[in-house]
Design a protein around this ligand. Structure first.
Ligand SMILES: Cc1cc2nc3c(=O)[nH]c(=O)nc-3n(C[C@H](O)[C@H](O)[C@H](O)COP(=O)(O)OP(=O)(O)OC[C@H]3O[C@@H](n4cnc5c(N)ncnc54)[C@H](O)[C@@H]3O)c2cc1C
Ligand SMILES: Cc1cc2nc3c(=O)[nH]c(=O)nc-3n(C[C@H](O)[C@H](O)[C@H](O)COP(=O)(O)O)c2cc1C
Ligand code: SF4
Length: 641
C-alpha cells in the first residue's frame, strides 16, 4: 500500500502555512446571492471542505469588476460592501483550522452581456469563441484602471481575512486573453511578443504587491497550453511564468485551455487522469517558486507520485472535493474504500450554467449543514425494493441512522441499471463508484437479499413500517413496424451479449444509451450503424462526454445518421426516412438494437398503499432520469425518515 508521506508533509507559500499538499481548486458554486454576496449556504459549503482536511481552499472566481462578472452566480469583491460577508466566510474557515485564498477574476469577453448589460471587453476586438459576442478593445487608460481594480480587490481580500489571493489568468478569461496570440493582436505595449502580451499580468501582480503585506501569497493561475491551434503552448508559457515570478508572484497554478477548447479544460472520463501534469512539470523546470498541478487527480497514489517525482509542489483538487469533501482526511485515516469518488461526469459544470451546483455522487451540495448523520430516536422496520443507485443510497443512510433495513433485489447482482453505465469504454469510474455504494451498504446492518422479487403479496407478508420503492423505471421497447416479429435486442441485452453478436450491428436510437452501446461495440471491432431521429446524437448527455463519445465514434468509422427516422425493421434490414428524401433500405445487419422507453413505474405503489403505513417512490421509478436524481432522492428519504 502507498504511504502518503509527501502528500501529508507541510508546505509554505509566502506567509501561508499549509498543513499538507492538497489544495482545493477554485470552482464556481452559484451559492452566492444574485448580487454576488456571500451566503450562509456558501459558508457551509466551504466549511465542510475545510473540515475535510484540505491544505487550503481557493474560493471560486470572484469578480473584481462588474463588467467582468460572467453571470449572477458569481461572487463579487469590486466594492468594500462585500468585505463583511467574506470576513464571515474566512472566520468560519479559520475557526475550524482551515486556510482560505480568494480567486480574483475578470472574464473579459467571456462575460455574458445579456447579464452585465454592457459590452464585453478584451485585449483585442476578437469575438468570444463561445458567445460569438464582439468585445471592445481596452484602451491603455482602461487597462490601468483594470489593473487597479485587481489591486484594490486584493486589498479587500486582505481586509476580509483571506490568507492569500489567486489571480485568474487562465481558461480564456481577461488576463489569458492578453497572454494569448489568438486573442491579442494589439500593436501597442500590451501586444506583440511574449513580453508585451504578459505586461498586463505583470502589472496586475506588481499592483497587488503594492497593496498587500510583504510575503502575502499572490498565486497566478495560468493555462500553460490552450489546446487550440494557434493559442499558447508550454514553451511560451514557461517564459510567461518566469516573468510572473520576477514580477512578484508567489506560486504558479498550472491549468490549461480556453473557451475554444472547453471540452478539455475540465477533463471528463474520456480524458486521462492527471492529463495536465506534464504542463506543471514543464513550468516547474523553469521557476523557483512553488508550482501547483490540477486536472483529474482523483487517485491518492497518483497525487503522492506527482510529489515524489517532483513534478509539482502542490496537488490541486477540484471535482474530487465536490464529490467528497473529506477526501484528504479519508486518505490520512487509511479509509481509501470510503472515498466517494468523482465520476468525472461533469454534471457539476453543466449545472452551474443556469442554477446552483449539483453533483451526481454527492447529494449534499448546498445542504452541508444537514448532511451530518443524525441517529434516529425511533428505529423502524424498513423495506427497500431495488438495489440501483436510489435503493443503495436510501438503504445506506437509513441503516447508518439506526433503522432496521432490508433490501430486496430481484436480480442476482446489486447495482441496477447503473451496472450498464460502467460498461462502455472509459466509464470505469461508474464501476468504482458502484462498488463504493455497495460496499457502504454492506458495512451497515442492512439485510441484503438477492434474487428476491418483491410482489404485492410478499410485501404484505413482510409487514414493514415503511416501504421504499426504488425498483427503477418501467422499460418498454419502442414499437417500430416489424420490431415485434423480427429478432431485435434492447440496449441492456446488447451490452450483456456483445460477444455473441454478429459483426454488423444497427442501433436504432442515438440517445445516451445508444451512443455508449455503439462505442462499446465499435471498440470491439463491430461495424456500427447508429440512427437518431433528432438532430443531435446523445442529446441528453452532458456536453463534454457527448463531444468525446461522438469523436470516438467518428474515429472508429461508425456510420452516424441524424435527422433520420427508422420506419420499418426487417430480418436483417431497416428502412429509414429523412425529410424531403425517398425512404432508404439499409441492409446486411446481423443484429438490430432498438431503444427502450423508461416510463414511470408507479403501479406497485398504488397496490401496496392500503396496507403499508408509509410508501415512498424514488429514482427512475418516479421518472426515467439519471443516477444523480436517483441518489439524491434516495438520500433525501434516507435523511427524512
Ligand atoms: C447503458 C446505460 C448507461 C447509463 N449511464 C449513466 C451515466 O453515465 N450517468 C448516470 O447518471 N446515469 C446513467 N444511466 C442511468 C442510470 O443507470 C439510472 O438512472 C439509475 O440506475 C436509476 O437508478 P434507480 O435506482 O432508480 O433504478 P435502477 O438502477 O433501474 O434499479 C432498480 C433495481 O430494482 C430492481 N427491481 C425492479 N423490480 C423489482 C422487484 N419487484 N423486486 C426487487 N427488485 C426489483 C431491478 O432489478 C434493479 O436492480 C445509464 C443507464 C444505462 C442503461
Ligand atoms: C463546477 C466547476 C466550476 C469551476 N469554476 C472555476 C472557477 O471559478 N475558476 C477557475 O479557475 N476554474 C474553475 N473551474 C475549473 C477547476 O478549478 C479545475 O481546473 C477543473 O475542474 C479541473 O480540475 P479537477 O479535474 O480536479 O476537477 C471549475 C470547475 C468546475 C467543475
Ligand atoms: S458531478 Fe460528476 S464530475 Fe462533477 S464532482 Fe460530481 S461526480 Fe465529479
Amino acid at each position: 500500500m502507498t504511504s502518503f508521506t509527501k502528500l501529508f508533509s507541510p508546505f509554505k507559500i509566502g506567509s501561508l502555512d499549509i498543513k499538507n499538499r492538497m489544495v482545493m481548486s477554485p470552482m464556481e458554486t452559484h451559492l452566492c446571492d444574485k448580487e454576488g454576496y456571500v451566503t450562509d449556504e456558501i459558508i457551509a459549503y466551504y466549511k465542510e471542505r475545510a473540515l475535510g482536511g484540505v491544505g487550503y481552499i481557493t474560493v471560486e472566481n470572484t469578480s473584481v469588476d462588474p463588467v467582468g462578472r460572467v453571470n449572477d452566480g458569481m461572487l463579487c469583491i469590486h466594492d468594500d460592501k462585500f468585505i463583511p460577508g467574506f470576513k464571515k466566510l474566512t472566520d468560519s474557515i479559520h475557526a475550524v483550522g482551515g486556510k482560505i485564498v480568494l480567486q480574483l477574476s475578470h472574464a473579459g469577453k467571456e462575460a455574458l452581456p445579456y447579464f452585465t448589460g454592457t459590452k464585453t471587453v478584451s485585449a483585442s476586438a476578437i469575438p468570444s469563441p463561445l458567445t460569438k459576442e464582439m468585445p471592445a478593445e481596452l484602451s491603455v487608460e482602461e487597462i490601468k484602471t483594470t489593473v487597479n481594480k485587481f489591486a484594490e480587490s486584493a486589498n479587500r481580500a486582505v481586509k476580509a481575512g483571506f490568507d492569500g489571493v489567486e489571480i485568474h489568468m487562465a481558461h480564456g478569461y481577461l488576463v489569458n486573453q492578453f497572454f494569448s496570440p489568438e486573442s491579442n493582436v494589439r500593436t501597442d505595449d500590451y501586444g506583440g511578443d511574449t513580453v508585451r502580451r504578459s505586461r498586463f499580468a505583470r502589472e496586475i501582480v506588481e499592483g497587488i504587491r503594492n497593496r498587500v503585506p510583504k510575503d502575502y501569497p499572490v498565486i497566478c493561475r495560468i493555462s500553460a497550453d490552450e489546446y487550440t491551434g494557434t493559442g499558447l503552448k508550454l514553451e511560451e508559457s514557461k517564459e510567461i511564468a518566469k516573468r510572473l515570478e520576477k514580477a512578484g508572484a508567489s506560486a504558479i497554478h498550472v491549468s490549461a485551455c480556453n473557451y475554444a477548447s472547453a471540452f478539455f479544460n475540465i477533463p471528463c472520463y474520456y480524458l486521462e487522469e492527471g492529463c495536465f501534469i506534464h504542463l506543471a512539470a514543464g513550468i516547474k523546470s523553469v521557476v523557483k517558486i512553488p508550482v501547483l498541478t490540477v486536472g483529474r487527480i482523483i487517485n491518492p497514489a497518483m497525487a503522492e507520485n506527482i510529489l515524489q517525482e517532483n513534478k509539482a509542489d502542490l496537488i490541486v483538487l477540484g471535482r474530487t472535493l465536490i464529490a467528497d469533501p473529506h477526501f484528504p482526511n479519508k486518505i490520512k485515516e487509511g479509509r481509501l474504500d470510503d472515498i466517494r469518488i468523482c465520476l468525472s461526469c461533469n454534471r457539476c459544470i453543466e449545472s452551474i450554467s443556469d442554477k446552483k451546483l449539483v453533483c451526481t455522487v454527492n447529494p449534499y451540495i448546498g445542504k452541508e449543514d444537514v448532511s451530518h448523520l443524525q441517529k434516529t430516536s425511533k428505529p423502524r422496520k424498513i423495506l427497500v425494493v431495488g438495489s440501483g443507485p436510489a435503493g443503495l443510497s436510501a438503504a445506506h443512510l437509513l441503516s447508518s441512522r439506526g433503522h432496521n433495513v432490508t433490501l430486496w433485489e430481484k436480480d442476482s447482482q446489486l447495482g441496477g441499471s447503473f451496472r450498464y453505465a460502467s460498461m462502455a469504454p472509459k466509464k470505469e469510474p461508474m464501476r468504482k463508484f458502484l462498488d463504493y455504494l455497495i460496499n457502504q451498504v454492506k458495512k451497515t446492518n442492512t439485510s441484503i437479499h438477492l434474487n428476491k422479487e418483491a410482489t404485492v403479496e410478499s410485501i404484505k407478508q413482510f409487514a414493514a413500517d415503511v416501504v421504499i420503492l426504488a425498483h427503477g423505471a418501467k422499460h418498454v421497447l419502442v414499437e417500430i413496424n416489424g420490431s415485434q416479429k423480427n429478432n431485435v435486442l434492447n440496449v441492456k441485452n446488447a451490452f450483456s451479449s456483445a460477444d455473441s453478436l454478429g459483426n454488423n450491428v444497427a442501433i436504432v436510437g442515438g440517445g445516451p444509451e445508444g451512443c455508449e452501446l455503439a462505442d462499446y461495440l465499435a471498440s470491439r471491432g463491430k461495424k456500427i450503424t447508429l440512427i437518431e431521429m433528432r438532430r443531435v446524437l446523445g442529446l441528453e448527455l452532458v456536453a463534454h462526454p457527448r463531444y468525446h463519445v461522438c469523436e470516438r465514434l467518428k474515429k472508429m468509422g461508425a456510420q452516424l445518421h441524424i435527422n433520420t427516422k427508422v420506419t420499418e425493421i426487417g430480418h436483417n434490414y431497416i428502412v429509414v426516412s429523412r425529410r424531403r428524401e425517398a425512404d432508404q433500405k439499409l441492409e446486411g445487419f446481423d443484429n438490430i438494437v432498438i431503444p427502450t422507453l423508461h416510463q414511470p413505474n408507479n403501479a406497485f405503489a398504488e397496490s401496496i398503499k392500503g396496507f403499508v403505513p408509509e410508501v415512498y417512490t424514488v429514482g427512475d421509478a418516479v421518472e426515467g432520469r439519471t443516477a444523480l436524481e436517483a441518489i439524491a432522492e434516495g438520500a433525501e428519504i434516507g435523511m427524512k425518515i
